[in-house]
Design a protein around this ligand. Structure first.
Ligand code: SDX
Length: 393
């Protein structure tokens, strides 16, 4: 009892929701998008097809796919005023700070797709967000390295367009490398959705108040930034760099096991997976494909990652606590090899996860029984008491 308040110890949060989009079995290491295994989609599909599947629940027919790809492509440019919006940032701003601000700022430019009661405006907002996230992400990168923005090209696929907007310079022709584009497209697929993770729950909660979709996705970007969530890929690479060599691994394993040390093995463990994250296996394969394509033979970070994984998977602490590598463990090495700075890793995660966020937002908005989210709390504060004037304290 806490004075006048009697709380029911059996009270537990009922913060849960029903969804038809993604299924995870953490014990078995299973991840399905609308019933399709992630490995099959990553192998046979592409990212825009995955966006269609998450949004509409079925794989597109050839005609539907052509139409969807065309509509997304036609929305890849951003309002020219957005370029001036970027000028307000310091050049050393973290790209995620730029993304949180610029995604939210889309609400100020696209008033004709903010009325969530209009199905057509909801669809246009979804298209705009999926289409413009790579453009904004590339602009955030270019701005921080002092290079001119590169406009999207409609004759390139989604991943190739993004690579070109990030790495093309006016002084020379940009050559698309199909293997890298395909690898990046696969990375986008792996990061597209993941049930009710922290950032998706943030988007749903923001959307439940009726906020416009651009503001809701900006809230998701903000939540994803945390190192315990989407920021883990950046943190994992910094950790591998800090470990530096295979010889240093035991010291870091000891720190990860020390309850008095806040250090965590970044890229390990998961709120849901108590088995191998199915995405991590595909991410590891993709990592090797990219390093082979780029002729990176003896990447020291990869050597540390492989040995760290081997040691951790045989260590009784990690076995007992069911801690396995998650998707963030190999993604950083891959993105670094592709030429992205560490500060852009979570930005790429946000580009991909926008598809899952907007699909989950759409599902919630279109649920006729949907109400504003209101997580319950268990009050454990001071009991009722009378105010004491300051001269009597
Ligand atoms: C993502 O939710 C999602 O779906 C997220 C995501 C997505 O696609 O949206 O999958 C993306 O965010 C992946 C996770 C990325 N984060 C990291 O890699 C950061 C490092 N991981 C840890 O911070 C941690 O594993 C969490 C935050 C991911 C999960 O933390 P929990 O819920 O505490 O994990 P747990 O309950 O399984 O922990 C069991 C034990 C605990 O010790 P005890 O309290 O039992 O003594 O294992 C410990 C934890 O302290 N532990 C770790 C550890 N992760 C958990 N110890 C050392 N290193 C770690 N990485």
């Amino acid at each position: 009892k806490t004075g006048m308040f009697t709380y029911d110890p059996g009270f537990t949060s009922t913060a849960s929701c029903e969804s038809e989009i993604t299924y995870i079995d953490g014990d078995e290491g299973v991840l399905l998008y609308r019933g399709y295994p992630i490995a099959q989609i990553a192998e046979g599909g592409d990212f825009l097809e995955t966006c269609y599947l998450l949004l509409y629940g079925e794989l597109p027919t050839p005609t539907q796919k052509r139409d969807f790809d065309y509509r997304i492509t036609r929305h890849t440019m951003v309002h020219e005023q957005m370029a001036r919006f970027f000028q307000g940032f310091r050049r050393d701003a973290h790209p995620m700070a730029v993304m949180v601000a610029s995604v939210g700022a889309l609400s100020a430019f696209y008033h004709d797709s903010t009325d969530i009661s209009d199905p057509r405006q909801r669809m246009v907002a979804s298209m705009r967000l999926i289409a413009k996230m790579p453009t904004l992400a590339a602009m955030a990168y270019k701005y921080t390295i002092g290079q001119p923005f590169v406009y999207p090209k409609n004759d390139l696929d989604y991943a190739s367009n993004f690579l070109r907007m990030c790495f093309a310079v006016p002084t020379e022709e940009f050559k698309v490398r199909p293997t890298l584009s395909r690898a990046l497209d696969k990375i986008f697929i792996l990061h597209a959705d993941h049930e009710q993770n922290a950032s998706t729950s943030t988007v749903r909660l923001a959307g439940s108040s009726g906020a416009n979709p651009f503001a809701c996705i900006a809230a998701g970007v903000a939540c994803l930034w945390g190192p315990a969530h989407g920021g883990a890929n950046e943190a994992a690479l910094k950790m591998l760099t800090e470990i530096g060599s295979v010889d240093n691994i035991p010291k870091f394993i000891a720190r990860a096991k020390d309850k008095n040390d806040p250090f965590r093995l970044m890229g390990f463990g998961h709120r849901v997976y108590k088995n191998y994250d199915p995405r991590a296996k595909i991410m590891q394969e993709t990592c090797h494909e990219v390093l082979n394509e780029l002729g990176v033979k003896d990447d020291p970070l990869l050597a540390v990652a492989i040995e760290l994984e081997r040691i951790a998977l045989s260590d009784e602490y990690f076995i007992e606590k069911k801690l396995y590598p998650n998707i963030d463990f190999y993604s950083g090495i891959t993105l670094k090899a592709m030429g992205f700075p560490v500060s852009m890793f979570t930005v790429l995660f946000a580009v991909a996860r926008t598809s899952g966020w907007i699909a989950q937002w759409k599902e919630m908005i279109e649920d006729p029984g949907q109400k504003i989210g209101r997580p319950r709390q268990l009050y454990t504060g001071a009991p009722l008491r009378d105010y004491v004037p300051v001269d009597k304290r």
